[in-house]
Design a protein around this ligand. Structure first.
Ligand code: 0X9
Ligand code: ZN
Length: 491
């Protein structure tokens, strides 16, 4: 009797799950409501692909195998948001028009080439590496004197680590368009191109994007052929800072498979090589979805972060443009091996991830809207990359050679919020009281150094607590802006 009851319960359970997904073959997007904190954490820990979650719900992408296993429906109330994601992609593709359509690898490549031909004085296009299937990973550098490596703050703008997140390459392309078309016409945009080195890699994962668009497949990873049966590594789990199994999987069939080792994938290697050469002060990597601005660290809860206040401040400022939520990455969910943790943890780049939009792929008619919302936030980051950076453009400690006194003074007036970092209360209050005066003094000392060619007056700054703090800021490279080879130190 008990056996019968058990089997009918199993039958009922599988029937209800299969009814939920009646007639679906591909992956589905589901929502599970009414979950406790620990149940939500359980989903993170199992390495599920979780594009969005709230206090008591998760949205999960589940494969046919996961559907069959029924693991996800052990608790909470399951509803199906998109029953067949491949089908959904097909509909988005079919709904495109001549006026509104997503770039493909081919049209993006053509557009980047056309821009570099039309604006040769401010652009250079380079293949920064080849994907698994041999496609070029294009990097466009935008700056005055683009063929020279100048001592200017450098910024990296990336899209499409994840194949199916098509808005993620639209925003970088829209930022390029704004800057090149505004150059010589708009004062601020001209200044940014003149005083920054801005690198765009709109499609980090061209093979994945091609696969998702040509086969109408809801695909996340790259197209690494693992064993003829399993394909793909999650590039946002493949970076080499705290690479591991939290929020990432060691199973090749998983959507969050982290690869065989840190930087096993050529696409992640290409970004590594570029970043090690360019020493970016700031970066943004676009993803979808959830309307978030994420900042490091993301590999675990409550990881101490020396520049946490700076990252949070900058994320908050950018959120002022798009209305997104500035959030620590781990609060979304802990995940090891993402690009931001490596860029910040290893390279000291102020690294951000934007989770654009409210769904993976909004219809193409939405492109101009999400671009309009997000491009100004990126412009802000490019601007501030010279003010809040924690590494120098040349990647060494020779900051003073390029120190701009005027910019340092104006940066200083921007700093009180960052003083929260200063653990010594008395010093902080004194600095706040006479910030301007102290900054003037410090600037004079530094200027004297530059003029005299020795560092004795600079070393004098050690003798007062206020100036000592400023010296620390200088050492942490927070105080610089407008680092252009032509920006002469006033004498
Ligand atoms: O999981 C990801 O790679 C990103 N979300 S997405 O839905 N686009 O896949 C977020 C990564 C944020 N980083 C960490 N949580 N470490
Ligand atoms: Zn993503």
């Amino acid at each position: 009797m008990a056996r019968v009851r058990f089997f009918s319960a199993v039958l009922l359970f599988s029937l209800s799950v299969s009814l939920l997904f009646a007639a679906t073959v591909g992956s589905s997007l589901i929502r599970i409501d009414g979950l406790s904190d620990s149940e939500i954490r359980g989903y993170f820990e199992k390495g599920y692909d979780i594009p969005r979650h709230g206090d008591d719900f998760v949205e999960l992408v589940i494969s046919p195998e996961e559907k069959a296993a029924g693991e996800f429906s052990k608790s909470g109330k399951v509803s199906v948001l998109i029953p067949d994601l491949d089908c959904y992609i097909g509909e988005i593709l079919a709904g495109q028009t001549r006026e509104a359509s997503y770039y493909t690898f081919k049209t993006m490549t053509e557009q980047l080439k056309a821009w570099t031909q039309e604006y040769p004085d401010i652009t250079v296009l380079k293949s920064i590496g080849k994907s698994c299937e041999g496609r070029d990973i294009w990097g466009l550098k935008l700056s005055d004197n683009p063929k020279k490596d100048e001592a200017e703050p450098a910024v990296l703008v990336m899209g499409a680590h994840h194949a199916r997140e098509w808005p993620s390459f639209e925003v970088p392309m829209a930022v390029i368009k704004l800057l090149i078309e505004g150059y010589g016409k708009d004062e601020k945009l001209t200044r940014l191109v003149d005083t920054r080195e801005i690198w765009f890699v709109p499609m980090v994962n061209p093979d994945g994007v091609e696969y998702s668009q040509n086969q109408s497949r809801y695909w996340r990873k790259n197209r690494r052929n693992i064993d003829g049966r399993n394909f793909g590594v999650d590039l946002n789990r493949n970076y080499g800072y705290q690479w591991g199994n939290v929020g990432a999987s060691n199973s090749p069939s998983s959507d969050t498979y982290h690869g065989t080792g840190p930087f096993s994938e050529p696409e992640a290697q290409a970004i590594k090589k570029l970043a090690e050469r360019e020493k970016f002060q700031a970066s943004v990597s676009f993803h979808t979805y959830s309307e978030l601005i994420l900042y490091p660290f993301g590999y675990g809860y409550n990881i101490p972060c020396p520049d946490g206040a700076t990252l949070k401040k900058l994320a908050g400022e950018m959120a002022g443009y798009n209305g997104y939520d500035p959030t620590n990455s781990a609060e979304l969910y802990p995940a090891m091996g993402d690009s931001d943790d490596w860029l910040y943890g290893d390279q000291k780049t102020l690294a951000f991830t934007f989770e654009l939009c409210r769904t993976f792929i909004p219809s193409a008619s939405e492109i101009s809207k999400f671009n309009a919302l997000n491009v100004p936030a990126v412009i802000h980051l490019i601007d501030k990359s010279g003010t809040y950076a924690v590494t120098t453009p040349s990647g060494n400690a020779k900051l003073i050679e390029n120190f701009d006194i005027q910019a340092a003074l104006s940066a200083w007036t921007d700093l009180p919020e960052l003083l929260a970092d200063c653990s010594d209360d008395e010093t902080r209050i004194r600095i706040e009281e006479k910030a301007e005066l102290v900054a003037q003094k410090a600037a004079q000392l530094v200027e004297a150094d530059v003029i005299s060619g020795d560092d004795s007056s600079y070393r004098l700054t050690v003798s007062t607590p206020e100036a000592e703090y400023i010296r620390k800021l200088v050492d942490r490279k927070l105080l610089f802006d407008n680092l252009h080879e032509n920006s002469a130190v006033p004498r």
